[in-house]
Design a protein around this ligand. Structure first.
Ligand SMILES: Cc1cc2nc3c(=O)[nH]c(=O)nc-3n(C[C@H](O)[C@H](O)[C@H](O)COP(=O)(O)O)c2cc1C
Length: 325
């Protein structure tokens, strides 16, 4: 097994779980880590929200011992608040602090945070430098290719952030204007890799072990990061690990395994944040776990109506009967 170091944190060179707000919560991340994710990044956390002790924000920071190695991600537009927030995040015990410089949604980018920083490189550098100075942990940044097709600046941006002291950079090969459409460009990740000495994490559109290998081969990146490819499929991480080690594909999980993991993840989410909150997100999560099974369309409709953990167990029993497991 090969490893890379982010600062002093040793990470398996397989595939990491990308940060995904309202998806990759503590239960999701723990399941992915159990299935071999090299490390996981939290949902993004507002620097100002944390400084003003918003209770909901603090919930997002809670790290389970079983999650290490693990990054907490913050977003903000102000070096002072980002540095103060980073100090508070450090108290929750992460291994790495990550700064979001890629979020495209208007609520974030419209306020000068996330991908807006791709258009304000000096401010991005000030934020990175302030956070690096504030904490005794490795600091990473997650960036996009650029703001739009006419302003691809990830290589320059990464270089400036490296000078500001960050320990690694993750690059999603789409521009802000692409949001999540079109395709992620691996070439821009390759150019970032040429521009910096710190580890580069390649991200965007990896949905299979062969896709992860392609990302390594085409970009020369030090680590692959997977987001949506893990929806309902935490096994992707062990399949990537196995494929990179042997060149062979592991068999996909059985329907029974998928249903059991769907229940286990919902149980964990309910225990962490209560049934009402957990079930709002579980409705979507469950529909991913049943993708492609017999009568999936009918069961997807049922997923939208799930209200309790027992509803999830009942749904799983029905699917088991239907598919005669
Ligand atoms: C639902 C959703 C939520 C996301 N939330 C975050 C976030 O909080 N922070 C962040 O840096 N990126 C976030 N992203 C972007 C992902 O981390 C990743 O860069 C993007 O999905 C491309 O990778 P993929 O093709 O493997 O999904 C989010 C993406 C999705 C789909």
């Amino acid at each position: 097994m090969e490893y890379l170091n982010i600062g002093s944190v040793r990470i398996e060179k397989t595939a990491a779980l990308a940060p995904m707000a309202s998806v990759a919560d503590r239960a999701y991340r723990m399941i992915c880590r159990e299935h071999g994710a090299a490390y996981a990044v939290s949902e993004m956390i507002s620097a100002k929200g944390l400084c003003f002790s918003d209770r909901k924000t603090e919930e997002l920071c809670t790290v389970d011992e079983r999650e290490h190695p693990y990054a907490l991600q913050l977003f903000g537009d102000d070096p002072y608040y980002c540095a103060e927030a980073a100090k508070r995040l450090a108290d929750f015990g992460p291994d790495i602090i990550d700064i979001n410089m890629g979020c495209p949604v208007p609520k974030i980018a419209g306020n000068g945070s996330g991908s807006a920083l791709m258009r304000d490189v000096p401010r991005a550098a000030q934020i990175a430098s302030a956070v690096v100075k504030a904490v005794d942990l490795p600091v990473t940044c997650k960036i996009r290719a650029g703001w739009d097709a006419d302003s691809i600046n990830a290589p320059e941006m990464a270089h400036v952030l490296e000078d500001a002291g960050i320990a690694a950079v993750a690059v999603h090969g789409r521009t802000r204007m692409q949001m999540y459409h079109g395709i992620a460009d691996p070439d821009v990740i390759r150019r970032v890799k040429e521009a910096v000495k710190i580890p580069v994490i390649g991200n965007g559109d990896v949905t299979s072990p062969a896709g992860a290998k392609r990302m390594y081969d085409v970009t020369g990146c030090d680590l692959v990061m997977i987001g949506r490819g893990s929806y309902g499929d935490p096994w992707i991480f062990e399949r990537v690990r196995h494929f990179l080690a042997t060149g062979e594909e592991l068999a996909p999980p059985s329907i029974d395994e998928r249903l059991s993991e769907m229940i286990r993840q919902t149980e964990m989410a309910v225990s962490f944040k209560g049934e009402r909150l957990a079930m709002a997100e579980a409705r979507r999560l469950c529909s991913f776990y049943i993708r492609g099974i017999k009568n999936a369309a009918k069961y997807r409709g049922r997923c939208g109506m799930l209200k309790t953990l027992d509803d999830v167990r009942t749904l799983a029993d029905e699917i088991r009967n239907d598919t005669q497991i």
